[in-house]
Design a protein around this ligand. Sequence first.
Ligand code: NAP
Length: 539
Amino acid sequence: MLKNQPPSSSDYDAVIVGAGIAGLYLLHRLRGLGFRAKVLEAGSDVGGTWYWNRYPGARFDSESYSYGYSFSQELLDEWDWREHFAPQPETLRYLQYVADKFELRRDIQFNARVNSAHYDEQQRNWRIEAEDGTELIARYFITAIGGISEPFTPDIEGRNDFDGPSWHTARWPHEPVELGNKRVAVIGSGATAVQLITEIAKNIGHLTVFQRTANYCKPLRNSLIDDATQANIHASYPEIFKKCRESFAAFICDFDPRSAFDVSDEERRAFYEELWAEPGFAFWLGNFNDIMSDPAANETVAQFVREKIRERINDPEVAAMLTPTDHAFGTKRIPLESGYYEAYNQDNVKLIDLKATPIERITATGIQTTDAQYTFDLIIFATGFDAATGAHKRIDIRGVDNLSLCEKWSTGPRTTLGMLSVGYPNMFIVGGGPQNAAGFCNGPRCLEQNVEWVCDTIAHMRERKLTYIAATPEAEAAWVEHVDETVSATLIPETDSWFMGANIPGKKRGFLLYAGGLPTFRKKCDAVTASGYEGFILA
Ligand code: NAP
């Protein structure tokens, strides 16, 4: 319980925002340490990303068994993933199972979207308010709200004029949507659109895809997990998690130590074919170590993928539209697909190149481009997210001197370890904010690391009867510089993407993630702990 405060039903050691992967584990871990914690969740159930993103085709791009929580052997023993890359309903069921198994729901308040969190300097605590009228006071305010959770719908002229239904992929209705006789528009061609288009094209009246930028998509190669493989997975969890712990982005694959030019052209081609045949991200994150830093090395990969794309599309004009030529491979998130390109060979699927014929406006009946007026029954926005900072800016977070976090970050986000920000004492950002390894990661692996670091810090403070933690301006400046330096060594800043905040009009362009990899990130966090929290003021 809080010191200096009479105990009451609204007093918590920690209030956590979000009941997704991070929030559930935070609650479990803090409880296990004897803290009183409460989760406020905007949705009507647990799941976070996997609760909101229920569009057809949504599924993991990580191997299922590398994605589940690793903290409980019992949970690992009890849960069998059915597919190598689980679909959204299975993942949601998994997170519901976790919530039930660890009896988490009793400390989660659903349908409680947090509006504001204000720091009280005198009391050294936070007052958190939700849309449903809930007001809580807590020593620690922890956001676990996801980095890709604030949907972005572009402000296209006439957007509200459309007479039919329209929604963002992250707000897909909970009830089934019948598309068999509908004329449907999808705007966007990122990882979400690629999954969605592939799935809905299987049974649709007519589909028109509005694409601004073509992507380098790689076959996912999903399959069911048979009994023998299942047994092997269960026996191999220690090795699976060890691999994830040691690899750059916490996947079971990792970059090859060789340069693309250490081998002959024939060997390189054979290596690319080998990686192409593998499931998941191996072609990207298990490729030569210089593909993300050397433009010439990158171009060898890009050319290989372009050939693979062209081979699958019947109409050469459509193939040209779907073949990316304007950015380097991997500088935008690589979508994984299962029949995406073949969808464009169907007579009832049409692709519009928005760079050639931009959208002029949305009308009552559909979409008007510079070239034609298209009529639709439904418009789907697969237009991405205001990543890393968007969900935080939506909450009125005020720290010391009433300074709003939104205002502080308007010139670019500033954090230490992506988990604390100067001016916001006793506030932790778990995974979902900027400059944290979790942004460029096999999510749960980095989120577990974040949760454990935060909980250890809070436990450390309790042991020493401390009630205040804040990052120093020097440590924050050093972290921001380190984040910038790390990404500067890559080709990522050259491309406009959500990684760079470039997808949101008016957002300051700058790298939002951490490109140093999980092993380095972990070392940096552990070094802070080992030094007795150098770079932080504890009082
Ligand atoms: P995204 O990658 O940001 O893609 C948004 C798409 O909308 C892009 O094609 C973008 O075009 C287009 N767009 C944005 N504004 C537009 C406008 N005004 N007019 C026309 N087109 C516009 O978003 P996403 O596909 O939702 O994916 C976001 C992230 O979520 C992914 O990168 C990934 O990290 C995660 N994700 C994960 C999984 C998984 O693990 N299974 C699945 C899906 C998504 P431009 O490219 O030209 O900007």
